[in-house]
Write a protein that binds this ligand. Structure first.
Ligand code: HEC
Length: 213
């Protein structure tokens, strides 16, 4: 008898929890424009933390920080990551704002307090059910900056993420030149080139002599 009541209460509690979880997941009609509820963000963050193997989290960065390492990582970030995270790591980009969950501000404590190993693991493996892709260095992508294997590029990016809260304006401006260019930017560049080419004849010696008279 008592046991029966307990089972019924347990059943009701489970149904209530299931409804709460469903409501928390389905809010906003599954639109990516919505922002995750606090509960969902909390559960997701902890699940991600637990899913990353402990020894991976405790791995130390084998790459020494140096100005050249920072520069390489900075330009790599501009080329591969800024489209979602922004050059400054704020995540305030058209694509970033349209993702669910949105990329967090990488300069804030929530990210900065993750261990080097955890940041590295996230860059290498990505985060399932989110827009964060895997950038595993033993995968197939190979880019202009050179892929050294062994996750070297990702370890360098970890150094850059540590530097993000202190990014200078000069560094940000340099990054802008390495952001991927779309067709619009290319047309604009072509128009500029054309304009400059048309302007050059004036500088040629013969046209100058011709003009002088
Ligand atoms: C297509 C969009 C996209 C691109 C490109 C991208 N990211 Fe992300 N990134 C995300 C999203 C979305 C998250 C949030 C994932 C989550 O909530 O667990 C994220 C999370 C992260 C995190 C974890 C931060 C935290 O506090 O949870 C790191 C570190 C990170 N990205 C680094 C990078 C680096 C480095 C690159 C480039 C090599 C990159 N990302 C490229 C979308 C992107």
């Amino acid at each position: 008898m008592r046991r029966g009541t307990l089972l019924i209460l347990l059943g009701i509690a489970l149904v209530v929890i299931a409804i709460a979880i469903a409501a928390s997941l389905l809010h906003g009609g599954l639109s990516a424009k919505a922002t995750p509820t606090r509960l969902e963000a909390f559960v997701a963050r902890n699940a991600r933390h637990l899913a990353i193997p402990r020894n991976a989290r405790q791995t130390q960065n084998p790459v020494l920080d140096a100005p050249e390492v920072q520069r390489e990582a900075r330009l790599h970030f501009a080329d591969h990551c800024a489209i979602c995270h922004g050059n400054d790591g704020s995540g305030d980009t058209p694509i970033g704002n349209g993702l669910y969950p949105k990329p967090p501000d990488l300069r804030k404590p929530a990210t900065q307090e993750l261990s080097d190993g955890e940041l590295f693991w996230i860059i290498e493996n990505g985060v399932r059910f989110t827009g964060m892709p895997a950038f595993s260095s033993n995968g197939d992508h190979d880019h202009a900056m050179g892929n050294h294997g062994g996750g070297q590029d990702s370890w360098k990016l970890v150094h850059f993420i540590r530097h993000l809260p202190h990014l200078t304006v000069t560094e940000r401006l340099e990054m802008e030149r390495y952001n991927p260019k779309g067709p619009e930017d290319r047309t604009e560049e072509q128009e500029e080139d054309q304009f400059l080419n048309e302007a050059t004849p004036k500088a040629r010696p013969e046209s100058q002599t011709h003009k002088k008279k």
